[in-house]
Design a protein around this ligand. Structure first.
Ligand SMILES: C[S@@+](CC[C@H](N)C(=O)[O-])C[C@H]1O[C@@H](n2cnc3c(N)ncnc32)[C@H](O)[C@@H]1O
Length: 220
């Protein structure tokens, strides 16, 4: 799949579901203590006084951006979908959200103290993941941190419905070892991996969920 086809399909699908996605997922983190623990560990890493701002890449309606902001993180959100950005701005009027793609970020080199990609690479065709990780590495300042959440496995699934709407979107479950290897090739150093079993709300359609903490080493 070309980059343009992936970006068009993803933008179109999330424009359609934006309002219902926000409504259905708004309180989801309340029931996921391990996910919150990874967000809390990331927040602690990027909250130091001299680290730069943090971007949530693929922020959707901004619920994770807002969660990290509430933990004291200087954060803004970026998303491909104009409707998602509109929902995020309406729902969290005190926070900054901008349109953009994590395959080509409109950010300077070394600009950020942290990046979060929370289930936002799940639609990225595997052949484009090196581009996304290279962009994460480029925009992170040396010593900056990355948090990645994704669906663990080895599967491509085509969705024709989601969040109560007809749509057309591919979802990829990725092997944690393969993702770790791609991140390492992009120059990112893995600090921690959490692989958890699907919880009751995720069964039976979902599998294991993966959360990686990484950083860009000094001098790279
Ligand atoms: C499953 S949602 C996750 C949203 C948010 N992180 C959350 O957890 O609620 C995936 C989001 O990633 C966005 N996305 C996918 N590919 C993207 C890209 N290349 N650049 C920016 N956003 C992207 C989609 O538009 C969508 O809003």
């Amino acid at each position: 799949m070309t980059e343009a086809t992936y970006l068009h399909a993803t933008r179109t699908a999330y424009d359609i579901v934006a309002i219902d996605y926000e409504r259905l997922l708004r309180d989801e983190l309340n029931t996921k203590p391990l996910d919150r623990a990874m967000l809390a560990a990331f927040a602690e890493s990027v909250r130091t006084p001299d680290s730069g701002p943090v971007a949530e890449l693929g922020c959707g309606p901004g619920r994770v951006t807002a969660h990290l902001h509430a933990l004291g993180v200087d954060i803004f959100g970026i998303d491909l979908s104009p409707e998602m950005i509109a929902v995020a701005r309406r729902t969290h009027p005190g926070l900054r959200f901008e349109e953009g793609s994590m395959t080509a970020l409109d950010l300077k080199d070394d600009a950020l103290g942290g990046v979060v990609a929370w289930y936002s690479t799940v639609h990225t065709p595997p052949e484009l993941l090196p581009t996304v990780f290279a962009e994460c590495h480029r925009v992170l300042a040396p010593g900056g941190h990355m948090l990645l959440a994704f669906k663990a496995g080895d599967l491509r699934r085509h969705l024709d419905r989601g969040y109560g709407h007809e749509l057309s979107l591919d979802v990829y479950w990725m092997s944690p070892d393969h993702v770790a290897d791609l991140m390492s090739r992009a120059g990112l150093v893995l600090d921690a991996q959490l692989i958890r079993e699907p919880d009751e709300s995720e069964k039976p359609r979902q599998g294991r969920q993966a959360f990686f903490l990484a950083h860009k080493p000094d001098g790279s």
